[in-house]
Design a protein around this ligand. Structure first.
Ligand SMILES: [Zn+2]
Length: 290
């Protein structure tokens, strides 16, 4: 069923666990993510957004994700990830997305506020919630690039408070040393900064979002969950699982010209990788959301 509203996020923030946001690119990734949510009995967010639209086509992927989520026994949000385009945001809201991320992190502060405010206004008309980003993340959404974090782009706690008050945004993605994709060296989060941001946006509570959690050491991750992070985006881990399963299955698939066996292996690998992540994101909440 479709997971509406921010209750699950707020519960997660209070309980020290987090909802995963998994990127879906095609039928098999949607199926794998949905199956993981059903098996785990925990809420999950399917992120079918800008960059996967380029592969699958916007209408096709939107309908696919919404159909899968709406017909599943699991609680599944359908989310537009990293959008800078108000027309795209509106299209997803009109289709029935439960949340959108407006990414004005590349803009000057005042312009980020203006863009985010407009996205919030549009989302309210459709009963959806909005994630915004303050501070910029290094790395690429879809390909691991060995990017290095730059302190200069990190989220400032005081600005975060100002930003949240000015925009009315429901969740805030932060830059605290996290990097999109796998990195050459383990990522260290600035947990002190994260705690200060969390404190700055506690009344009213705005759950924080951590992008780029693939390969993040588990103690760093749990440190983030204890500091208000209630949604964690994981993408590269699922992509790698899909690719490895594909490589393993390819010889037998080729010998029988059995393309479905290849896709099925990819789907099952995504499911298993997603299940592993879900477990990592629930350190103190086993069964609490079942
Ligand atoms: Zn991201």
């Amino acid at each position: 069923m479709l997971l509406h509203g921010t209750e699950a996020l707020k519960e997660a923030a209070a309980a020290g666990h987090a909802l995963p946001g998994f990127v879906a690119y095609n039928l098999e990734t949607v199926q794998g993510i949905t199956a993981a949510a059903e098996t785990a009995g925990r809420p999950v967010i399917i992120q079918a957004g800008s960059s996967p639209f380029k592969h699958a086509g916007r209408e096709a992927l939107m309908r696919l994700a919404l159909h899968a989520a709406g017909h599943s026994a699991a609680r599944l949000g359908v989310h537009l990830d990293h959008s800078r385009d108000l027309d795209e945001i509106t299209a997803c809201l009109e289709a029935g997305y439960t949340s959108v991320m407006v990414d004005g992190s590349h803009l000057p502060f005042a312009e980020n506020i203006a863009l985010t405010k407009e996205a919030v206004r549009r989302a309210r008309d459709h009963g959806a919630w909005v994630e915004a980003e303050l501070g910029a993340l290094p790395g690429d959404e879809d390909v691991s690039t060995n990017a290095v974090a730059h302190t200069a782009a990190m989220t400032d706690p005081q600005q975060a408070a100002e930003f949240v008050a000015a925009t009315g945004v429901d969740a805030l993605a932060v830059a605290v040393g996290n990097v999109h994709g796998f990195t050459q060296h383990p990522v260290r989060l600035d947990l002190e900064r994260l705690a200060a941001i969390h404190e700055a946006v506690t009344v009213p509570l705005v759950p924080l979002v951590l992008h780029g959690a693939s390969g993040l050491p588990v103690e760093e991750l749990h440190g983030a969950l204890a500091r208000g992070v209630a949604k964690v985006n994981v993408n590269a881990e699922l992509r790698r699982a899909y690719l490895e399963a594909t490589r393993e299955t390819l010889p037998s698939a080729l010998s029988g010209s059995n393309v479905v066996s290849l896709w099925a292996a990819g789907r099952d690998a995504v499911r298993d990788a997603a299940l592993e992540v879900i477990g990592r994101l629930s350190p103190r909440a086993e069964g609490a959301d079942a």
